[in-house]
Design a protein around this ligand. Structure first.
Ligand code: SAM
Length: 300
C-alpha cells in the first residue's frame, strides 16, 4: 500500500467526491430516521494543507483553494447554496480564514451527521487507521476498523438503520480493482438494495473504466448516475491525473438536477486548461441517458 492521500487532499477530485457526499448526506437528513455512512477506504480523516505532502504537490490550490480562501472568487448564489454544507465544514475547521486544514470523507460525514446517525470507517494502513482513530475514535457515532474495506463492507450490510450511504474510494493501486468494485457492488446490493452507493474512479485507464461501466450497466437497479469531471492536465505536469468521476447507485431524488447546476460550475472554476468537460448521465441508456454532457476548452 503506497498510496498516501495527504499528497492529494483537497484537489479537484476530492472537491467533486466530497461535495457530492455532502449533498447525499443532506438528502438523507430530510427524513428524521437515522442513517449509516459506510466508508470503505477512509484515509486519516484530516489533512494539513501546509504539511510537507501537500506542499510538495500543491494540488489543493487548484481544487478547494479555488472555491474558498483568500485566492477564491465569490460563488454564484445557486452553487453557494448547493456547496454550503461541504464548505461550512471546511470553514469551521479553519476559523481564522486561512485554508490550512481539509477534512477527509469520515470527518466530513461526521460533521454533517446527527446524534443518532452512525459511521463505519475502514482503513487498512495501520498508521493511517491509528491516526483516524485518534481523530474520531472517541465519537460515539463512529466505529473504525483497521481492516480490509471490502470485508468490512460485507460484514456491515445491511445496516441496522436500513438507510444510508456506502462510499467506496479505493486507491486503484492493485490490478483488477474495478472488477473487485463491481463484485462488491453486486454483493452489497443483494444485502442492502436501497442504499446509495457512491464509487469514486479516476479518468485514467479507459479500458478499466469501460469494464466498470459495463459491470454497473449490467446491475439490475432502478437508478444510476455516472458523473465525470475532467479539468485538463496542468502544463508543468502533463502525466498528472486530469479527471475523475463518481458512479452513484440509487441516487437521491433531485441529485441529478443539482449536479446539472454544480458540474458546469466546477468544470469552469477548476479547469486547468484544455480538455475540460463534464457529464451527468445514466450509463445504461447510452447517449439517450445524458442528463447533460458538455465539453469545453474554457480556462478558469
Ligand atoms: N476516502 C478518503 C477521503 O475521501 O478522504 C480518501 C481515501 S484514499 C483515496 C484511499 C485509502 O484507502 C488510503 O488511505 C489507503 O491506505 C486505503 N486502503 C488501501 N487499500 C485498502 C483496503 N483494502 N481496505 C481499506 N483501506 C484501504
Amino acid at each position: 500500500m503506497n498510496y498516501r492521500h495527504a499528497f492529494h487532499a483537497g484537489n479537484f477530485a476530492d472537491v467533486l467526491k466530497h461535495a457530492v457526499l455532502a449533498l447525499v448526506i443532506e438528502h438523507l437528513k430530510l427524513k428524521p430516521k437515522p442513517f449509516r455512512v459506510i466508508d470503505t477506504h477512509a484515509g486519516i480523516g484530516r489533512y494539513r494543507l501546509d504539511g510537507p505532502e501537500a506542499l510538495r504537490t500543491s494540488e489543493w490550490r487548484d481544487g478547494i483553494g479555488r472555491l474558498i480562501g483568500p485566492a477564491a472568487a465569490p460563488l454564484p448564489a445557486d452553487v453557494a447554496a448547493l456547496l454550503a454544507p461541504y464548505l461550512e465544514t471546511i470553514r469551521k475547521l479553519n476559523p481564522d480564514g486561512d485554508l490550512a486544514i481539509y477534512p477527509g470523507s469520515p470527518l466530513l460525514a461526521l460533521s454533517l451527521m446527527r446524534a443518532d446517525d452512525r459511521l463505519v470507517a475502514a482503513e487498512l494502513h495501520p498508521e493511517d487507521s491509528a491516526e483516524l482513530a485518534r481523530l474520531i475514535g472517541r465519537d460515539p457515532r463512529a466505529r473504525i476498523f483497521e481492516r480490509d474495506g471490502w470485508q468490512v463492507l460485507k460484514a456491515s450490510l445491511p445496516p441496522r438503520e436500513r438507510r444510508g450511504i456506502v462510499l467506496i474510494d479505493p486507491p486503484y493501486e492493485v490490478a483488477g480493482e474495478s472488477a473487485r468494485l463491481a463484485q462488491a457492488l453486486r454483493e452489497g446490493l443483494k444485502r442492502f438494495a436501497t442504499g446509495t452507493y457512491l464509487l469514486w474512479f479516476p479518468l485514467k485507464d479507459r479500458g478499466a473504466l469501460g469494464e466498470l461501466q459495463q459491470a454497473i450497466a449490467s446491475i439490475a437497479i432502478e437508478r444510476v448516475l455516472w458523473v465525470e469531471l475532467a479539468v485538463g492536465a496542468p502544463k508543468d505536469k502533463p502525466g498528472a491525473l486530469s479527471g475523475s468521476g463518481l458512479a452513484i447507485l440509487n441516487p437521491p431524488y433531485r441529485l441529478a438536477e443539482q449536479l446539472n447546476v454544480l458540474l458546469p460550475f466546477l468544470a469552469e472554476r477548476l479547469s486547468r486548461g484544455e480538455q475540460t468537460s463534464w457529464s451527468v448521465r445514466d450509463p445504461r441508456l447510452g447517449a439517450q441517458g445524458n442528463a447533460h454532457s458538455e465539453a469545453s476548452d474554457s480556462h478558469a
